[in-house]
Design a protein around this ligand. Structure first.
Ligand code: UP5
Ligand code: MG
Length: 190
């Protein structure tokens, strides 16, 4: 990683695989700005913007919001951060997201963390989360899982074919997962 270029790491993995949890820990130790597109979209929805209704409806069905909406929010957050090192959590989720990001932003990820975790464990985690997320009900959870399998797994395979996947066993306890991530980051940022 050089200082004057943008460093970008995508963090992908199924709903409940621990993307947000691990990104927060990475931020404590490395100088990244953490941008969860799911959180950015939720904030946009709650701000009563013109896209609010679209986002609310898509979230309820676990569907992927069109990239023009998501990328606009990402661009704004990246500019406002004043940083040049980004952890982009939960994006790109499908081919349309991926192509639009690479074309519009002209940024390629340095690499992609892929959090591998069984559906059973992810379901358990989300149902235990209990933070009042509008999409943490069993109906929507199953839809999110399906969309992930159909649309996001192919993106992971795309980056694997480019040699950019850093696969993490995300089934283990939070601290153990983070130890592996920490070592990977130290190694890759040398
Ligand atoms: N937990 C975490 N790690 C654990 C561990 N190792 N062991 C035990 N427990 C662990 O973790 C989930 C829960 O598990 C927490 O309670 C945590 O304490 C515990 P979290 O870190 O929140 O997992 P994460 O992978 O971030 O799960 P999240 O539910 O956020 O994933 P999603 O990908 O489903 O949600 P996101 O917010 O990214 O997207 C929501 C919706 O927004 C999507 O369904 C979609 O409709 C829309 N969206 C778009 O359209 N476009 C986008 O680009 C992004 C989102
Ligand atoms: Mg999350």
């Amino acid at each position: 990683f050089s200082d004057n270029k943008i460093t970008c790491i995508f963090v992908l993995g199924g709903p409940g695989s621990g993307k947000g949890t691990q990104c927060e820990k990475i931020v404590e130790h490395f100088g990244f700005t953490h941008l969860s597109t799911g959180d950015l979209l939720k904030a946009e929805m709650e701000s009563n913007s013109e896209n609010g209704t679209t986002i609310r409806n898509m979230r309820k069905e676990g569907k992927i919001v069109p990239s023009e909406v998501t990328i606009k929010l990402l661009q704004r957050a990246m500019q406002e951060s004043g940083n040049n090192k980004f952890l982009i959590d939960g994006f790109p989720r499908n081919e349309e997201n991926r192509a639009a990001f690479e074309n519009i932003m002209n940024i390629q990820p340095d690499f992609v963390f892929f959090f591998k975790c069984s559906e059973e464990e992810r379901k358990r985690r989300i149902l235990n989360r209990n933070q009042g997320r509008d999409d943490d009900n069993i109906d929507t959870i199953l839809k999110r899982f399906k969309v992930y399998e159909e649309s996001t797994l192919p993106i992971i395979e795309y980056y694997r074919s480019k040699g950019k996947i850093c696969e993490i066993d995300a089934e283990r306890p939070v601290e153990e997962v983070f130890e592996v991530i920490y070592r990977q980051l130290v190694e890759r940022m040398r």
